[in-house]
Design a binder for this molecule. Structure first.
Ligand code: ATP
Ligand code: ATP
Ligand code: MG
Ligand code: MG
Lengths: 165, 165, 165, 165
């Protein structure tokens, strides 16, 4: 399984619709401080079902919606879609390509889709549970978090090993 | 199960020692159990010896040595249980030029089997990329995304462009 | 005493706003009391607005923006109550090239009244130094110290020297 | 008051006697990962009376003594001397130049001197208490600590302001 594309609209500093296309291998994201690079990492975490807003630097789920700036009004909705190649069948779905979409509105209302079919957040979380991505794995390392692998206690390291087992 | 955990441990521990020695240009590192009888309740300790130095606790290591050790452990786990893709946000921040170059080498090798999305400010890491995205913030505080080609981004050119008059 | 604390607060708050605007090329930052009546029991909140963006909590700021904000506060306190000397260990690590250059400018100005000992990997910061020491580890793992001259240390030369064959 | 020199012998990775001479203005310390730069910052903290070994990355006070390497035997003592210009009378002593020396032996026994006169640790701590250096001030910022200025709670920030008042 690999990542094919990521589409963000209204997510944090990405007011306009933006699409990243990924190839196998290394995709590097560069740019000045505060430009939005870590926001991309947050978007990936969020669309995969992250429910701890604190881990994506917010306090309420609506914090991920573009909040406006000196020159722009706030938006009413944030949406992120991630498309993965599933031809190896690593995700428990019949599709060879899987697109997961997550939306949140100012009201706090959320919507979730798997290949355009509405679903619940937990369907998304369960979809990725045994895929090796997301919670418990080392596949998403946030800014300043690499040291945590070492400063984590011995028991936490065993848990990492158990996830890899 | 305890047996499976032990097998995974053997593989990760070996991979960790090998990758550590590659990144540090020598030295030794071991992952050891706090309790070799009851693995499922035990913890994992890291014993680390950079080349020419004594075996030491993680605490005495420098910032860069800690980051490099964490990177070795991360890649050891990826080697044993490859993640479909990995999102890494500035994990090379604490490394000096020489260590970033070694890290970029390991990243390139692992990228043959795994997909990496890496946020970085470091030149050698950028040079290991197959695809490069530049993120900037426009005057209205909206993030913009651009596809980049490596020739366009030598850090010296970027620095020269941004140096104050 | 509460009166003296209020006076110090006024000076630090003003210095903080000015230095912030200088480092960020605009924007606003304020130090505000959680309780304006009982200062000796109150706390200080930071309200920060990078240029063109909205006033936001520290949490939403990027890694580099946080470092730059912390540096602004540090120098505001130094301005109001100069320390005889200041030892700073890699406080410029998270800054992009442009921000390091601005930081080096502030450092040079403040160095006219205060003495700074700064550990750094960044070229612009090195260029602001009056005295430069190089530390290396010899083959027996003993640290060696050398006096350096700036022409000897362009980061490009160091990188070229350390790039793997 | 300003720093004139720092002499280290047997302190952490500085097996041989090493002397740094400081000028007013900026002294930059550069070098590869693990070479000993932060050990210099630790030496300054230690000789000024730091009693929390954890804040200088150790577990017992003897941890600051050179522990040996693959090619060298451990040493039996660590000694650091710091010399300050006191012509402005900022330190409560009659001398225009003040040298503070701290030694620790493998046995755990310590020795302290102010201008070659033996004294106790608390004499050194009290000497610097109102000088604006050391505990409670922002004059010593360790590696990775700059963010703490922001992540510290509102009450802690008020304490910083009180120290500056
Ligand atoms: N909901 C939101 N609406 C508008 N802007 C937002 C929102 N959330 C975050 N931002 C902005 O995004 C910026 C942070 O972006 P990000 O953390 O991605 O930067 P970065 O490129 O990773 O920078 P660095 O190199 O410093 O780590 C902040 O300036 C913040 O104001
Ligand atoms: N008591 C000791 N005896 C011998 N070596 C020691 C002792 N304490 C620390 N060291 C060594 O000092 C090294 C760390 O040095 P230091 O933290 O100063 O590096 P640094 O130059 O700051 O590197 P970085 O750029 O990665 O932060 C470690 O490799 C450690 O082994
Ligand atoms: Mg970031
Ligand atoms: Mg260091």
């Amino acid at each position: 399984m690999y990542l094919k594309s990521l589409v963000m609209q209204g997510f944090k500093s990405f007011t306009n619709r933006v699409e990243l296309t990924f190839m196998p291998g290394v995709t590097a994201v560069v740019g000045p401080n505060g430009s939005g690079k870590s926001n991309i990492a947050d978007a990936i975490r969020w669309v995969l079902g992250e429910q701890s807003i604190r881990s994506i630097r917010g306090t309420r789920m609506q914090d991920v919606i573009f909040a406006g700036s000196a020159a722009r009004r706030p938006l009413g909705m944030a949406e992120v879609s991630i498309t993965l190649d599933n031809s190896a069948g690593r995700l428990p779905l019949e599709f060879s390509e899987v697109t997961v979409t997550r939306r949140v509105f100012r009201s706090g209302e959320s919507q979730f889709y798997i290949n355009k079919t509405p679903c619940r957040l937990r369907d998304i979380q369960e979809l990725f549970l045994d895929s090796g991505i997301g919670k418990g794995s080392l596949s998403l390392i946030g800014q300043g978090e690499v040291d945590a692998v070492l400063s984590a206690g011995p028991e936490e390291r065993r848990l990492l090993l158990e996830d890899a087992a | 199960s305890s047996k499976r955990l032990r097998e995974t441990y053997e593989k990760v521990s070996t991979a960790f020692s090998n990758i550590f020695a590659r990144l540090f240009g020598g030295g030794q590192a071991h992952l050891t159990w706090t309790d070799t009888e009851h693995l499922l309740d035990a913890g994992l300790e890291l014993m680390v010896q950079p080349p020419g130095k004594k075996m030491q606790s993680l605490m005495a290591l420098s910032g860069g040595e800690r980051a490099l050790t964490a990177i070795a452990l991360l890649f050891a786990i990826i080697e044993v249980r490859p993640s479909p893709f990995c999102v890494l946000d500035e994990i090379d921040a604490a490394l000096d030029e020489r260590n970033v170059a070694l890290f970029a080498g390991i990243l390139s090798d692992f990228a043959k089997q795994s997909q990496f999305i890496i946020i970085t400010h470091r030149q050698f890491t950028m040079e290991a990329a197959d695809v490069l995205y530049g993120v900037t913030m426009d005057r209205t505080a909206a993030s913009e995304l651009m596809s980049l080609h490596l020739a366009a981004i030598p850090e010296a050119a970027a620095a020269a462009e941004h140096a104050p008059a």
